[in-house]
Design a binder for this molecule. Structure first.
Ligand SMILES: Nc1ncnc2c1ncn2[C@@H]1O[C@H](COP(=O)(O)OP(=O)(O)OP(=O)(O)O)[C@@H](O)[C@H]1O
Ligand SMILES: [Mg+2]
Length: 441
C-alpha cells in the first residue's frame, strides 16, 4: 500500500466519529492523527507536519473555534475542514470568516466526506501555488530561507546529521533560527515520522524540570500520585530538543549525562533504568564555557552534548539573505492579512539591508509583519520604524571636519571645470590664491 503524502489531523471528542473518519481516510491511504481534545491536537500540531485539519466545533473545555483561531495564527497555510453536528447560521458565519474552506454536517456519507476533502485540499493548493511564482522557493531548505555561505554551511551539517542520532549542539544569538535548524534536522531526515519534542528548559520551574524530563514514580515526591512518563519517554524513537540547556540545574545535568552515556533514563524516585533511543539536540544563546568556569555547567556534559556543533550566524553577518527572508515574510503575512503578495521598494530594502538586526530574523519578521499591516500594496521607507531609518543616516556617513569636506568640495569643482582655477574660483566665490592655499593646507 502506497501512503499518500498528506498527514491529516482529526479532532473530535466523540471517539465513534474519530474512528469513522479514520476508517474512511485510511481507505484512501491518508496518514491519520487522532486527537480527542484541542489540547492533544495542539501537541500533535507542534510536533508533526500536518497537511489538513478536520475538526469538530462543540467540544468540552476548549472548543473547535478556539482551535481554528489558533491554527489560523500559527499555521496560516494549513487547510481546515469543519465537521459538526450542530450547524447554525451563526456558526457557519464565524467559521467561514475564520478562513475555513469547507463545512460538513454530521451525519455525513463517505462520498460527502471525500468531496469536502478534495475541495479543501485543492482550494488550499491553488491558494498556495499562485503567489509562489514571485517567491524564490528554491532558496529554502525545509523552512530555512537563505543562500549565504553561512546558511549553506549550516545546511551541509544538517544533511550530515539528519539520518543518524548523533547529539547536536546549536548555538547562536536569540532569533537566529536555532529551533528552525533543530526542526530541519528532525523533519528532513528519516526519523521525521517519529516524535519531535521541544522542551524549553528555561520555561519550566527548576524543581519540576527533572520530573517533566525524565518522568517519575508514584511517591517520588508529594503530589506524585501515579507513575508518569516524561518528555524523554515521549520522544522515544525520535528527537528531543532541549532549548536553553544553560538553564538546566546540576541535578538535571547529571541525569542527562547518564542518558548520553548509557542510553538509559532513570525516572525520579525509581531504581531501575529504562533503555531509550532518542536523538538529543540542545541549544542555547548563553556561553556555556563561561558557565563551566563558574562551575554551574558540567564540563563532561558539555563535551557529550557538543558531538556536532552548529553555529547559527547572526543576521548582520549574512546580510545577503535579507532580501530572500523579506520575500518569504511578505509572502506569509501578505497571504495571512491581505490575501495577496505585497512588494517592497528598493529604497526600503536598502534600509533593511543597512540595519544591524540585534534581534536577528525574529526582529526582521516582526518588522515585515507590522509593515504588511500598515500598508496596502508596496512597502516603502515610510512603513518602516524610525529606528531603522535613523541607523541608516548615521552608519552610511562618517562625520568629518569642515576642512576635509572643504578640500573635497574644491577638488570636485576643479574636476567639473577641467582644472580651470579661474572658473572654479568664480563658482566658489573665493580667489585663485585662496584655492591654492586651501589645497596645500
Ligand atoms: N533562515 C530562516 N528562514 C526563515 N525563517 C527563519 C529563519 N531563521 C529564523 N526564522 C524565523 O525567525 C523566528 C525565530 O527563529 P527561532 O525561534 O528558530 O530562533 P531561536 O534562535 O531559537 O531564538 P531564541 O534563542 O530566541 O529562542 C522564527 O519565527 C523562525 O521561523
Ligand atoms: Mg529558540
Amino acid at each position: 500500500m502506497q501512503l499518500r503524502k498528506e498527514n491529516i489531523l482529526i479532532v473530535d471528542d466523540d471517539v465513534n466519529i474519530l474512528e469513522l473518519l479514520q476508517r474512511h481516510l485510511q481507505s484512501w491511504n491518508y496518514h491519520v492523527f487522532k486527537a480527542i481534545s484541542v489540547k492533544e491536537a495542539v501537541t500533535i500540531l507542534r510536533d508533526t507536519k500536518i497537511d489538513l485539519l478536520i475538526t469538530d466545533l462543540k467540544m468540552p473545555e476548549i472548543d473547535g473555534f478556539e482551535l481554528i483561531k489558533f491554527v489560523s495564527e500559527h499555521y496560516p497555510n494549513l487547510p481546515k475542514l469543519v465537521v459538526t453536528g450542530y450547524p447554525s447560521v451563526q456558526d457557519s458565519l464565524s467559521v467561514i470568516k475564520s478562513g475555513v474552506v469547507d463545512y460538513l454536517t454530521k451525519p455525513f456519507t463517505k462520498d460527502e466526506l471525500k468531496a469536502a476533502l478534495d475541495k479543501t485540499l485543492t482550494t488550499s493548493e491553488k491558494k498556495a501555488i499562485q503567489p509562489v511564482q514571485s517567491y524564490k522557493k528554491d532558496k529554502a531548505y525545509g523552512d530555512i530561507i537563505g543562500n549565504s555561505e553561512k546558511i549553506n554551511d549550516v545546511i551541509q551539517v544538517i544533511e550530515r546529521v539528519k539520518n543518524n542520532k548523533a547529539t547536536v549542539f546549536i548555538k547562536g544569538e536569540s532569533g537566529t533560527g536555532k529551533e528552525l535548524v533543530a526542526r530541519a534536522i528532525h523533519y528532513q531526515g528519516k526519523f521525521a515520522r517519529a516524535p519531535f519534542i521541544v522542551v524549553n528548559c528555561g520555561g519550566i520551574p527548576e524543581n519540576l524540570l527533572e520530573a517533566e524530563l525524565f518522568g517519575y514514580n508514584k511517591g517520588a515526591f508529594t503530589g506524585a500520585e501515579t507513575n508518569r512518563d516524561g518528555y524523554f519517554q515521549a520522544a522515544n524513537g525520535g528527537t528531543i530538543f532541549l532549548d536553553e540547556i544553560g538553564n538546566a540545574s546540576l541535578a538535571v545535568q547529571s541525569r542527562l549525562l547518564r542518558v548520553l552515556q548509557e542510553k538509559e533514563v532513570v525516572k525520579v524516585g525509581a531504581q531501575k533504568a529504562d533503555k531509550i533511543d532518542v536523538r538529543i539536540i540542545a541549544a542555547t544563546h548563553s556561553n556555556l564555557r563561561d558557565m563551566i568556569t563558574k562551575q554551574i555547567f558540567r564540563e563532561d556534559l558539555f563535551y557529550r552534548l557538543t558531538v556536532v556543533e552548529i553555529d547559527v550566524a547572526p543576521l548582520r553577518e549574512r546580510k545577503e539573505d535579507i532580501s530572500l527572508l523579506v520575500d518569504k515574510f511578505l509572502f506569509t503575512y501578505g497571504i495571512e492579512y491581505k490575501d495577496r503578495f505585497l512588494k517592497i521598494t528598493p529604497e526600503a530594502l536598502t534600509v533593511l539591508e543597512r540595519y544591524d538586526w540585534p534581534g536577528n530574523i525574529r526582529e526582521l519578521e516582526n518588522i515585515i509583519q507590522r509593515a504588511v499591516i500598515m500598508c496596502d500594496k508596496i512597502i516603502d521607507v515610510e512603513h518602516l520604524p524610525e529606528h531603522l531609518k535613523y541607523s541608516l543616516n548615521l552608519s552610511s556617513e562618517t562625520l568629518q571636519p569642515l576642512k576635509v569636506i572643504e578640500k573635497q568640495y574644491i577638488e570636485k569643482v576643479l574636476r567639473a571645470t577641467d582644472n580651470n582655477k579661474t572658473k572654479a574660483a568664480e563658482i566658489l566665490g573665493i580667489d585663485r590664491k585662496t584655492i591654492r592655499q586651501k589645497l596645500s593646507q
